[in-house]
Ligand binder design. Structure first.
Ligand SMILES: NC(=O)c1ccc[n+]([C@@H]2O[C@H](COP(=O)([O-])OP(=O)(O)OC[C@H]3O[C@@H](n4cnc5c(N)ncnc54)[C@H](O)[C@@H]3O)[C@@H](O)[C@H]2O)c1
Length: 273
């Protein structure tokens, strides 16, 4: 059975990577997909491609850090389509480096997009989903929301918060018929690694040092939708994410000790040592 057929889904960060994979897979499953992204040209181009292959998609320019814009999108969707069945709060950015080399603006934008972006998405749809008596909020966290990960500390901070927000809200929401899940992917092969900010780190060296080829975003999207179908609280994507999570839970001391090697490795990629 296809539970997504004719459902109304908003996907943020839909122009690229996991968000594009989700939009593609949802439209293949006959959902009505509102593809929202800050990259206006790219989201329009990708939506046109999906429409061309029969998808019922609409491109929308959106900065998830703008609470009013997210609210307007949710309200506009209800006005035009009658409801919001799925809200995928997926847009995210990353930053890497030593915290010693970072300044407050480096923290602020990551928190605005990765954490406030999710909060804005939740606040925009949760009341209307309660009124509807149904709906599913799917927030994109990360493996680094399940276990510590040095050298991306502001990012890790936001992802731990997204996991806490989602798993806690889940218990409140279920009494209203609303579902909440958090997605925790490991390494997925997307643009985030080339577009992220490198603070005093040699970008090329860092990209070359990526340990293995990440999972394809389309495969990641299919795993996410299987988790959504099963209403899983935490949708872990990839063996690397699973390993991080379980290692940290079972051997927290050893896991934190091993993080020293990540710090050492990334410091070798610093421009000024
Ligand atoms: N790629 C990975 O290995 C990985 C692993 C774990 C979690 N994630 C998370 O998955 C999500 C998607 O990332 P991705 O890997 O597909 O990256 P990506 O860079 O390919 O896609 C992110 C999309 O979000 C959009 N975006 C950025 N800021 C935005 C904003 N303020 N408002 C609206 N859209 C915005 C970008 O334009 C882009 O289209 C992020 O939350 C990321 O943290 C990624």
């Amino acid at each position: 059975m296809n539970i997504f057929a004719d459902k109304v889904a908003i996907v943020t960060g839909a122009a690229s990577g996991i968000g594009l994979g989700l939009s593609t897979e949802l439209s293949r499953r006959k959902a009505q997909v509102i593809m929202a992204d800050i990259n206006r040209d790219l989201v329009e181009e990708k939506a046109q491609e999906l429409s061309g292959s029969g998808g019922r998609v609409q491109a929308v320019f959106l900065d998830v850090a703008d609470a009013q814009a997210v609210q307007d999108l949710a309200d506009g969707t209800v006005q035009s389509r009658g409801r919001v069945d799925y809200m995928f709060n997926n847009a995210g950015i990353a930053i890497t480096g030593d915290v010693k080399d970072m300044a407050l603006p480096d923290w602020r934008r990551v928190i605005e997009v990765n954490l406030w972006g999710v909060i804005n998405g939740v606040q925009a749809v949760y009341p209307l989903m309660i009124r509807q008596g149904h709906g599913h909020i799917v927030n994109t966290g990360s493996s680094s929301g399940l276990a510590p990960w040095p050298t991306v500390v502001p990012y890790t901070t936001t992802k731990h918060a997204v996991v806490g927000l989602s798993t806690s809200l889940r218990s409140e929401a279920e009494t209203y018929g609303v579902k909440v899940s958090v997605v925790c992917p490991g390494f997925i092969n997307t643009q985030i690694f080339s577009s992220m900010k490198y603070v005093n780190i040699d970008r090329e060296k860092a990209l070359q040092a990526l340990p293995f080829q990440g999972m394809a975003p389309d495969k990641c999207a299919r795993i996410i939708l299987r988790g959504v179908e099963r209403n899983k609280a935490i949708i872990v994507v990839g063996w690397d994410s699973w390993l991080m999570w379980h290692n940290y839970r079972i051997f927290p001391g050893a896991y934190i000790w091993a993080n020293r090697f990540i710090v050492k490795k990334v410091r070798e990629q610093r421009k000024e040592k």
